[in-house]
Design a protein around this ligand. Structure first.
Ligand code: 2HA
Ligand code: ZN
Length: 273
């Protein structure tokens, strides 16, 4: 990852390490073929890494409306992928393809403070609504990821998979680790316009019960304590989807682990459900 001498990261190793995780994950998304063109978004609440000199940096341009009310995020700071920026470029130079923003005291607008005036993702209203909900619910999650994992999106084109928890049980049953590492499973949001408030609201509803949410015929939205963990959840689910599809490509319907084998996993690993 590139860090310019005049970057705010240059003298802040803890913040640089957190944004380094964003660059690391952006590289994985590109390598996996999940991030064509500007596909996908990443936002991370970095407030705990912001010292007083960074907090008081002047704005790089006037306040901008968020498009959603996020009262619990007043005075919080986020690293956001830039609007129309590529994940593969974010992987190399995160501060040139993303920026640090401050949510203002009105809870409805933000300003960019570093390193340069890269406008944040078009999905900012939905991402910040989710971060606001983390605060409201006392969640330890600080990172949110939207990406286009090929096999999971392919499966979302089949109505039979979209019933409540159908895909969750199917994917859990492919390989024991899936349930261990994605214990709350995959929620489903029926198709909605990308970037719409409806998509944000439906995603929030699903996050009550699931850590990863499928956006039908579009992609997934994952949340976790940091961006690497959010990526890991999508990775294990998509691996299970690949196993399912490999079995189907060999001409058979995979047996899947039985419900009692999955129940044993939950018991031994103290998982919910
Ligand atoms: O911002 O993937 O859904 C790029 C997207 C929006
Ligand atoms: Zn998308």
């Amino acid at each position: 990852m590139k860090i310019n001498d005049n970057s705010v990261l240059a003298s802040r190793p803890a913040l640089a390490s957190e944004i380094g995780k964003v660059a690391e994950v952006a590289g994985y998304l590109w390598e996996k073929g999940w991030a064509e063109r500007n596909g996908g978004n990443i936002t991370v609440n970095i407030t705990e890494y912001v010292d007083s000199s960074l907090a008081s940096m002047p704005a790089l341009g006037g306040p901008v409306e968020i498009g959603a009310e996020v009262p619990l995020l007043k005075g919080n700071f986020f690293f956001c992928k830039g609007n129309n920026r590529r994940m593969r470029d974010l992987a190399v130079d995160p501060m040139a393809n993303g920026s640090i923003i401050r949510v203002l005291a009105d809870g409805c607008s933000y300003e960019i403070i570093a390193d340069s005036a890269v406008r944040p993702t078009s999905e900012l209203p939905s991402h910040l609504s989710v971060h606001n909900w983390f605060k409201a619910s006392g969640s330890p999650c600080r990172a949110s990821l939207h990406t286009h994992p090929i096999e999971l999106v392919a499966m979302s084109h089949c109505g039979a998979f979209l019933g409540k928890d159908v895909l969750t049980y199917l994917l859990w049953s492919m390989i024991p680790e899936t349930k261990a590492f994605c214990p709350r499973g995959l929620g489903i949001v029926p198709y909605q316009l990308p970037g719409s408030l409806k998509l944000a609201q439906e995603t929030l509803r699903q996050l009550d019960d699931y850590d990863v949410v499928m956006w039908e015929k579009h992609g997934v939205f994952a949340v976790d304590e940091d961006i690497v963990k959010a990526f890991d959840q999508v990775d294990v689910l998509n691996k299970a989807a690949q196993i399912y599809m490999s079995a189907r490509a060999m001409g058979f319907e995979p047996e899947g682990m039985s419900r009692s084998q999955m129940a044993e996993i939950s018991e031994v690993f103290h998982l919910p459900k």
